[in-house]
Design a protein around this ligand. Structure first.
Ligand code: BLA
Length: 233
């Protein structure tokens, strides 16, 4: 379902000097014969980023996922890239979340990093609904301009592919231009906020139960703490 999106993501990574590495050990690939599902993950080494992970889950008609998080290098206080795309085929249900996840909610910080995403948000009203968050706090590590849609096939094959391309382009533009200058945060502060992001996300990620039902508790606990949010080891 999301393979064209994964292709767009991978192409952008290659174009920015990225090198694809297998995820360590049994995080690279895991299969559930019971549920007929396959989860694969990669790490990318990308100039300007300290960590970039990508995960694809194929559970057939029941669920397809593309999830990715990019942590900029500590001398760059730009937002964390957050991608979570889910397609529940049997129910024809889409959950799409694309955001530049702000380290802080300060007005000057948002002003500095969010001009592009703000425009994109305005351009795709069907992906910018005021969806309610059940497990996360919208005011922590989410921006006011995230693309967040609980929809169906119409959005999945309609506006989402184009919006995704522009969203990635917009994040690369942010990365390519030096938006730091005197106002940027000290690396130690960036580091602390990225660690806090992992802790916050690991606590609230609604995926853990899902992983457990497919791949067992032991693997899922390790995957959550060691691969998805490694600052929580
Ligand atoms: C929601 N993400 C969800 C849900 C699941 C996942 C099962 C609940 C679906 C629903 O609300 O109907 C699944 N999350 C995953 C999977 C992985 C994962 C499979 O991390 C890992 C491979 N989630 C992120 C990132 C963002 C994000 C990076 O991992 C930011 C863009 C957002 N996911 C996000 C949000 C929701 C969600 C905002 C809705 C949760 C809520 O209502 O609070």
């Amino acid at each position: 379902m999301f393979d064209p999106f994964l292709e767009t993501l991978n192409k952008g990574l290659l174009a920015h000097g990225g090198e694809q590495l297998a995820a360590p050990g049994d995080f690279a690939e895991q299969q559930s014969s019971k549920r007929g599902s396959l989860i694969r993950s990669w790490l990318w080494s990308v100039p300007g980023f300290r960590r970039w992970r990508v995960t694809r889950l194929d559970a057939g008609d029941s669920l397809q996922v593309l999830n990715s998080v990019a942590y900029p290098a500590l001398d760059n206080d730009q937002p964390i890239l957050g991608i979570d795309l889910l397609w529940f085929g049997a129910r024809q249900k889409l959950v799409a979340v694309l955001d530049f996840q702000p380290l802080i909610q300060d007005e000057a910080y948002l002003e500095r990093h969010f001009q592009g995403l703000k425009q994109l948000h305005a351009r795709y009203p069907d992906l910018s609904g005021e969806e309610t968050m059940r497990s996360f706090d919208p005011n922590q590590y989410f921006s006011p301009w995230l693309l967040f849609c609980r929809g169906g096939a119409e959005q999945a094959s309609g506006s989402l592919p184009e919006a995704f391309d522009l969203f990635m382009q917009c994040y690369w533009d942010l990365t390519d231009k030096d938006s730091g200058g005197n106002e940027s945060m000290a690396p130690a502060k960036v580091q602390q906020l990225q660690i806090d992001y992992d802790r916050y996300s690991a606590e609230r990620d609604p995926a853990h139960g899902l992983f457990t039902s497919h791949f067992g508790k032991d693997w899922s606990d390790r995957f959550l703490h060691q691969f998805l949010f490694p600052a929580t080891v």
